[in-house]
Design a protein around this ligand. Sequence first.
Ligand code: UDP
Length: 238
Amino acid sequence: QTSPVKYSRVMLKISGEALMGDQGFGLHPPTVERIAREVKAVHDLGVEICMVIGGGNIFRGLSGSAQGMERTTADYMGMLATVMNALAMQSALEGLGVFTRVISAIRMDEVAEPYIRRRAVRHLEKKRVCIFAAGTGNPYFTTDTAGALRANEMACEAIFKGTKVDGVYDKDPHKFADAKRYDTVSYDEALAKRLGVMDAAAIALARDNNLPIIVFSLDEPGGFRGILAGEGTYTKVH
Ligand code: UDP
């Protein structure tokens, strides 16, 4: 029997807030484990998986700078926050028997591997989940952009952006009952209408390299596996 999944290598981008559960801050271990199970279900199909996790559950550069902190310093703090999230995800995945590597864009050799593209590709070929930490390593960027960058570098077939809603809407579906979900939307329309798929730099990077972005809900159990098999509702930006 052949796998229902047509992807062989994918990027999963989640925000740091996806790991905080209902706490409003930080890491909620049962939530981290739940997402790790979603990843394992896809890994079990033989799909090679890259992950980028944000840091907004711990620290965001913009909020720091709004409180008077120097912007680049605040951004480095945000990048360090993503490393904590990556380590938490690594621990949860390895607890489920999935081999992983945390690969940091900022060198911290005792904690994570440095980013060396060919080495990361080799890890993927050996079916290790690669968790890319510290964003792009540069201030003024976001982890969405890091997701698009690493997805291109690793030749992923698509970026899967796991969110709280099952796709891209014309307005916030949590606030407006008549919000309409797009099945598909072009990169340019997403940019022009500021549809909140990902930030503009990330969408442009995906567009210029024909990398589809698939926005889906991480709250549905088995959702990630289902979306890879083309089931359920989602929005494809392409
Ligand atoms: N960040 C950065 N450069 C990057 C990625 C992230 O400076 O390449 C910083 C930035 O301050 C950002 C924080 O790290 O606010 C956390 O990342 P992000 O806001 O993307 O996390 P998410 O919203 O996905 O949880």
